[in-house]
Design a protein around this ligand. Structure first.
Ligand code: AMP
Length: 619
């Protein structure tokens, strides 16, 4: 088994090689390293002294991509081509985000499935993974420019509440950007590491990490025991942050200046100016008692006391979340040893005071709250590079473990560099009606297609009772035990039939082979991603064709003649591109068929809801 701190199983990691820490944020992203001379974490800064890169992507009409400040200029001017907050969509399906769709000004495709969301820009479809990879690529390029050395390895942070799909999406984005992602770590863990917490073997501590950014608020309660971080609870509000403080100021000034809501809605430039001056006022009030400025050539003023009155209810909401997080972790305030502040909005004195008062202790705020997460990622990177000798050595899995799914795709259950023992499970279903068995093929490796990975084992789960496709629930679980043995178990939940197998993934695996598998996955990342996207589009198209044909068969006479014609047309068009078309062509044909079928699918839904209502007995 490989050891963290030695050579990540490849034997190739050189001491001089820089592993960077990346904070891939909702609004801003940045890169940090351990300074080779001072051995302290530092954020990489541009010549203008700025370390933050806005997480914004702009596409021009020729498909040219810009990221960062240059893209930000287009947020208001070209909302359809300018992508922001992509992190909110990572690993999400349309169903997950449909209630928030008014927040996004770009087009998110409603494909009416549980599949992952796609974003449409011009006539192209992009996944959040692809879009995030553009941000990571930009960070990589900038870092290489500043460091004057290639950057190929990284630790990337994610929120503590990110699920497996969201973590995997972040890993994939890194890979696509040409980065070998050594580890995905939780943002609150990184922030604690930046303050040196968790670096001593015998230390046991309970930490609250309060993270108030521009648009989101997170509170996480962590426990460190012997260098291992465990998330005890998380809480927060995905739509609460410094932007809301700005809005309070804006509303206040609008009242004072007699600007109505309609005027504001119709004067984009005025609204933008107000927003910018409001943010400036807020920042000034973090260090002064009064702000005086001007908007549309009229003087505007604000005192710190008045500002604090405005935002008090919002700050109180964050404190309520802290209380809930403690309750969920079954801890009292006295049991919290340290409080760490993260995010630009924790610079507001009222925020700091309120948090300090609630936890009844001084908070850690000496590091730049915008940089602290990236700094901690750099600390973790340094540990993985083997430079921190004091750190606990742990057993890990050197390559990802997963199974083959439709179209020969690799579905990772246990990502590489996971600590062992490690456990993971996922549910799958059948493709065909009456399918009595399911083949489980277990693979090891980092490529998207199983044919490029290393096959470990294969078995058949038999005895699945006849059911329509999609109904059986087969739970596949992976367990890598402390001896490095992988136990794969498959169980059909409804009938209880189960089967399992044991393999030793490291058996016969040489360091050279691990290295080759890793390098291949980086060099082929782009083509792998394109193949995956194509296979997924084909699978989705196939399913849609089946569902639509079944629907028409089962509901004769439900469609108008026009609908019938349109549907047949759309089905034909989709069939035509299925085998030979690009993923964008298939996706466009899927979108068209969805559009055509939506009205009658909704009609049917209404009908069934109405009949369901009729059946409900009211006393
Ligand atoms: P983040 O999402 O962590 O980058 O935080 C960005 C938020 O921090 C924005 O709402 C900024 O307006 C806010 N912010 C940055 N600097 C200050 C400051 N000096 N005082 C108050 N808020 C700030």
């Amino acid at each position: 088994m490989a050891k963290i701190g030695i050579n990540i199983a490849t034997g190739s990691l050189q001491k001089q090689e820089m592993i960077v820490g990346i904070d891939l944020g909702t609004t801003n992203s940045l890169v940090a390293i351990i300074h080779p001379d001072t051995k302290q974490p530092v954020a990489l800064k541009e010549f203008d002294g700025l370390s933050l890169v806005p997480s914004i992507i702009h596409f021009d009409t020729s498909g040219q991509i810009t990221v960062g400040d240059d893209a930000r200029k287009y947020l208001l001017k070209e909302p359809h081509n300018t992508i922001f907050s992509i992190k909110r969509l990572m690993g999400k399906s349309y169903r997950d985000v449909q209630n928030q769709s008014s927040f996004f000004s770009y087009k998110i495709i409603d494909d009416n499935t549980e599949g992952l969301v796609k974003i449409m820009v011009g006539d192209k479809f992009y996944s959040p993974v692809e879009l995030s990879s553009y941000i990571l690529k930009e960070l990589k390029t900038r870092a290489e420019h500043i460091l004057k050395t290639p950057v190929t390895k990284a630790v990337i942070t994610v929120p503590a509440y990110f699920n497996d799909a969201q973590r995997q999406a972040t890993r994939d984005a890194g890979k696509l950007a040409g980065l070998d992602v050594l580890r995905i770590i939780n943002e609150p863990t990184a922030a604690s590491l930046a303050y040196g917490m968790g670096l001593k073997k015998e230390e046991t501590k309970t930490i609250a990490v309060y993270d108030l950014g521009g648009g989101t608020f997170d509170i996480s309660v962590l426990r460190i025991t012997g260098g291992i971080f465990e998330v005890l609870s998380t809480n927060g509000d995905t739509y609460l942050g410094g932007d809301d403080f700005d809005r309070q100021i804006l509303i206040h000034w609008c009242k004072e200046l007699g600007i109505t809501e309609d005027e504001l809605a119709n004067h984009k430039a005025l609204a933008q100016e107000l927003r910018l001056v409001a943010e400036e006022a807020k920042k000034v009030l973090s260090t002064s008692d009064e702000f005086i400025g001007s908007v549309a050539e009229q003087e505007v003023k604000l005192t710190k006391a008045r500002f604090e009155d405005m935002i008090r209810p919002l700050v109180q909401r964050t404190i309520d979340s802290c209380r809930n997080a403690l309750q969920d972790a079954e801890l009292s305030i006295r049991e919290i040893d340290e409080v760490v502040m993260v995010g630009g909005s924790t610079r507001v004195p009222l925020v700091k005071e309120s948090v300090s008062r609630f936890f009844n202790k001084q908070v850690h705020d000496s590091l730049d709250p915008d940089e602290v997460v990236a700094l901690g990622a750099a600390v973790q990177a340094d540990i993985l590079a083997g430079n921190n000798k004091d750190f606990l050595l742990l057993d890990i899995t050197p390559l990802s473990l997963g199974i083959e799914t439709m179209g020969g795709l690799m579905d990772v259950l246990i990502p590489r560099n996971s600590k062992i023992p490690s456990k993971a499970g996922r549910q799958y279903t059948t493709q065909k009606d009456g399918q009595g068995s399911m083949r489980i093929s277990v693979y090891q490796g980092e490529r998207d297609l199983v044919k490029d990975n290393r096959k470990l084992a294969e078995f058949n789960l038999t005895g699945i009772p006849g059911m329509p496709a999609g109904l059986p629930k087969v739970e596949v679980s992976f367990l890598v035990n402390a001896d490095g043995i992988l136990v794969v178990k498959a169980k059909e939940i409804r009938s209880g039939v189960e089967q399992s197998i044991e393999v030793k993934p490291q058996y016969g695996l040489t360091d050279t082979e691990v290295e080759r598998l890793l390098m291949d996955s980086i060099t082929h990342a782009k083509e792998d991603m394109m193949t995956r996207a194509l296979v997924e589009a084909q699978t989705e198209g196939q399913q849609l064709l089946e569902v639509t044909s079944q629907f028409i068969l089962k509901n004769p006479g439900f469609l108008t003649l026009a609908e019938q014609n349109e549907t047949e047309h759309a089905i034909k068009a989709l069939r035509e591109v299925m085998d030979t078309g690009t993923k964008d062509e298939i996706q466009a044909a899927i979108e068209k068929l969805n559009e055509v079928s939506r009205p009658y699918a909704e009609r049917l839904m209404d009908k069934s809801v109405q009949s369901a209502l009729k059946n409900t007995k009211i006393k």
